[in-house]
Design a protein around this ligand. Structure first.
Ligand SMILES: Cc1cc2nc3c(=O)[nH]c(=O)nc-3n(C[C@H](O)[C@H](O)[C@H](O)COP(=O)(O)O)c2cc1C
Length: 607
């Protein structure tokens, strides 16, 4: 990754911070603030330290590698749409009919030989240094603790390489890894993920599972690790396809798993199928802490590395963050792979403030009644798309999916309780809103049709409407109406919640002529003027099967749930920065933020 550092200097406007900064909170806070800026930059921290443990590390920490769209595109070496085009071409490949067509196909087929990873017989640069088991000490790696309430330090950009029990299938997944002590890591592969399926096989067979974790190397490995490849397809095939160059793999020293030769650091070990340990809490990419839960544990056998390794890491929390740019590329590249099951799909968009799986907008050509519903079911039934909680479908006449304001108006003009569809399905392992972990509500909106005829009967001003609502419920504190020029203005209210909001919604029936869509959020930590973060909050906080009602109007209870709602799971807290750390970094000139920035992105709690 030394080469990557040089490459980022040349191509990515790399920022270098030489000041000694703590791996606990300080480094993550600097990176967190940076990546929220427009045109944010990758950062190399050359002097990471751990003040509490008295450690000065001998390798730098590299963060925000995917700092913006332009850099992500440069990492790919082409626009992700171009990768998608290549995939689409492959999927549509037909036997050539003429000699000329046969000739034209040769280069395409020839380039396919580059897709398959090559297993090298010799050792890789990543094995220049080999640390034997007795000397393994994970404290020598600058592993970050991002958030104050994190259960410990976590490797956040680990490429986790695993294989099936019979060795036939290989997998690369990006899963976070909690450092427990000098030689044990928690394996946070969630229940629906490939490594978890492999783990089940080892567990049934009562055999130890080999795992190799790699850090660094070509940034495209990192992207491949998070790519939702179908089960059984090794992500290194995708690497070869994008690069048009075989991934070059070398064998791990203590197991049979092969890893890219040029990664910076390799941690090899075995997972005991009988043992789990509490993992977390961890401030996650949902912007909430994921709660403590048992996960398998890896005993480290050896660590190998390059002579001058660089430790790659990322910070997750509230959007926008680095996963915005990785997710953008994923969304583009995977479009052609969705088309075989949804052939009239034109495009889709998963905005980062919907933390990807919480919100999808899709544009399609509708050929028959119920077509959009058919696609919703298809999405909810396939691979990682099935985690999607809320799916909004528009027709081919809709604005571009990235034009969020025009698109929202288009949807609101077509919205009616009749075309809102609520069902249940599997939800992301991290979803906190469903009554039961793993299964929850799904909401689909079919806005592919014509504009609705009926709009709001009598539109009131915000203050008039607030007054009328407060006469019914004094716990409503603020109100703002959005998109009042559409058939379905969205009325957002913030409350000081004392009771279940569903009861209040019923009482608001008398205001039916003034309200078409009502969204309720807690007053604490929500700014009703900040639409970007409101979307983030609402789609995170609701289980549509419980929190969305269609009578007397469309109403969404996006407040935090608890006893008054009959909610029995623990409700997690938001990820917040530590104020003293932000203040200190600001004083040192390492970040430059103001109150507006802090509130806009929910960096600190507010009431
Ligand atoms: C920064 C980042 C951190 C992630 N952490 C985890 C994690 O801890 N556990 C997990 O199961 N998935 C995590 N993911 C998502 C997986 O990488 C993603 O679902 C991937 O497709 C899984 O690969 P698999 O299908 O081969 O298991 C993370 C993604 C990103 C971008």
């Amino acid at each position: 990754m030394q080469d990557v550092v040089q490459w980022l200097k040349d191509n990515g406007n790399l920022k270098i911070i030489d000041e000694a900064l703590d791996v606990e909170l300080e480094i993550p806070h600097v990176a967190y603030v940076e990546v929220k800026k427009e045109d944010s930059r990758p950062i190399l921290f050359t002097n990471p330290v751990n003040k509490a443990k008295g450690i000065e590390y001998d390798m730098p920490v590299l963060m925000n590698i995917f700092a913006n769209k332009a850099l992500t595109e440069k990492i790919f070496g082409k626009h992700p749409d171009a990768v998608a085009e290549g995939i689409e071409e492959l999927l549509k490949l037909k036997p050539p009919k003429t000699f000329k067509a046969k000739l034209a196909m040769i280069p395409k087929l020839f380039s396919l030989k580059n897709v398959f990873p090559k297993r090298l017989k010799f050792r890789g640069e990543c094995q220049e240094i080999i640390i034997p088991k007795e000397e393994v000490d994970l404290d020598k790696l600058p592993i970050l603790k991002t958030w104050e309430e994190d259960g410990g330090p976590f490797i956040t950009m680990g490429q986790v390489y695993t294989q099936s029990l019979d060795g036939e299938m290989q997998n690369l997944g990006m899963y976070r890894l909690q450092q427990y002590d000098k030689n044990r890591l928690g394996m946070h592969w969630q229940i629906h993920k490939d490594a978890s399926h492999f783990f089940d096989q080892y567990q049934k067979a009562g055999k130890k599972m080999p795992v190799t974790v790699a850090i660094g190397g070509d940034p495209l490995y990192i992207w491949c690790g998070q790519a939702p490849m179908p089960h059984g397809m090794f992500e290194m095939l995708l690497y070869g396809f994008v690069r048009n160059k075989n991934a070059q793999l070398v064998k791990s020293i203590t197991n049979d798993i092969h890893i890219p030769r040029d990664v910076d650091i390799v941690i090899e070990g075995f997972v005991d199928p009988e043992l789990t340990e509490i993992e977390g809490p961890f401030g996650d990419h949902t912007g909430y802490y994921t709660l403590k839960e048992p996960f398998p544990v890896m005993d480290v056998e050896t660590i190998t590395m390059k002579k001058n390794p660089v430790f790659a890491a990322t910070v997750v929390g509230k959007p926008p963050l680095e996963d915005k740019y990785m997710g953008w590329a994923t969304e583009r590249v995977f479009l052609p792979m969705l088309k075989p099951m949804a052939p009239d799909l034109i495009d889709y968009n998963m905005p980062e403030n919907g933390v990807f799986h919480n919100l999808i907008m899709a544009k399609m050509k509708t050929l028959y009644e119920g077509h959009a519903m058919q696609f919703m079911h298809a999405f909810w039934g396939v691979g990682q798309m099935s985690f999607v909680k809320h799916a909004l479908f528009v027709g081919e006449d809709a604005p571009d999916l990235e034009e969020s304001e025009a698109l929202t108006k288009h949807i609101l003009n077509r919205l009616s309780p009749e075309n809102v569809f609520i069902t249940k399905g599997i939800v992301d392992h991290l979803d906190h809103s469903s009554a039961k972990q793993f299964v929850g509500g799904k909401l689909g909106v079919d806005a592919t049709g014509e504009e609705v005829e009926e709009g709001v009967e009598t539109l009131l001003t915000d203050s008039e409407l607030l007054e009328k609502i407060q006469e019914i419920n004094a716990n409503v504190l603020e109100l703002k109406q959005y998109f009042t020029e559409t058939k379905n203005p969205v009325c957002v209210i913030s409350v000081n919640k004392k009771k279940s909001q569903l009861k209040m919604i019923k009482k608001l029936k008398v205001l039916k002529e003034h309200i078409k869509v009502l969204i309720i959020v807690d007053k604490a930590n929500n700014d009703i003027e900040d639409l970007y973060m409101l979307v983030w909050r609402v789609v995170n906080n609701i289980d549509a099967s419980r929190d969305v009602v269609l009578e007397p109007f469309i109403a969404v209870d996006a407040t935090n749930k608890g006893e008054v709602d009959g909610f029995e799971r623990e409700w997690p807290g938001d990820t917040f920065c530590t104020k003293s750390v932000l203040d200190d970094l600001q004083k040192k000139g390492l970040i430059d933020i103001d109150e507006k920035f802090i509130k806009e992105f929910g960096l600190l709690p507010f009431t």
